[in-house]
Design a protein around this ligand. Sequence first.
Ligand code: AMP
Length: 368
Amino acid sequence: MKIGILGGGQLARMLALAGHPLGLQCVFLEPAAEACAAAVGRLLHASFKSEDALATLAAEVEVVTTEVEHVPLAALEFLARQRPVLPGSRAIALAQDRLLEKNLFRRLQLPTARFVAVDSLEDLISAIETTGLPAILKTRHMGYDGKGQVVLRDAGDAADAWRAVGGVPCLLEAMVPFDREVSVIAVRSRAGECRFWSLTENRHDKGILSVSRVLLQDPLQALAEDYCRRLLETLDYVGVLALELFQVGDSLLANEYAPRVHNSGHWTIEGAVTSQFENHLRAVAGLPLGATAARGPAAMVNFVGQTPAPREVLAVTGAHLHLYGKRPAPGRKLGHVTLCASSSALLEPGLEILLQLAQRREEEHVLD
Ligand code: AMP
């Protein structure tokens, strides 16, 4: 079976790698000149707005999915007239707009940070009374990896913050004093079966995910699954979805969801019985889902901006290296390593080395 993927980056690449043994082949549509997925499948290099390219993709594949959420809805609707598009355009449309997304959480009774829609400087000034300070002004559209966000610490920051985001429609959110950031990755089949991987704790550096640790038997697992299931069901979702949450004490606040495979689920390639990539393909292809159980303690470290020497990474027992074949550039995700161990105590020393390698190389790159 052939599966069309909108986007040709590392997520598409890892999907194609997972599909290969199952006899699933991927065709990518990617507007950017560089597409690291091209090494593992057929690439159509064209705009998402090109109806010719969309028609070619639809003609070549049986089902279409996406690795990016910022894809024009018109493209999804065009494709959906010819082939199943999974997940559907509604799940993607809601994730593209932080206000619609937060309103959906509210409707589903998922707790969130206090938030207010902001369309002008006057709105922003009065929104501060609802959220309190500090607060974060976030653009409704095109925000990811901390982009399109400004922190307000003082009411006097409002005018500068409004200018910094470019005066576009926004959301003001109360700053959550979270204990940690976690995500739950889930998959839902065409028949509506839901499965969940173990919660993951995520640390960010300059707004970009740097390390994820698997939380085995975490007391908040059931609550996270409950919230995520509400989302999957209301969206009639098919495929993998990641729900990002803030943990405050023993409660969870929903921050955002990604309607696709997610960086905080990369550990599942070696750390779970079935990876997020394989299960996403199984779901969209209408195949039975695989078990999502974790095999044991695991953690993932991202390589951002530069990659360490493979020799140094692979010298760490239990390390699994993934290089994406992308041109290095500051702030760019170039690869990751997953570390698996038989106990948490054994994981820590290796993880320390890998974190140093990821950090050292990034600093060297900046000095370059
Ligand atoms: P986002 O693009 O919404 O995922 O935000 C990027 C990062 O900013 C998150 O991973 C958090 O570390 C931080 N952040 C976003 N919203 C909040 C919030 N309401 N309170 C505290 N930190 C936040």
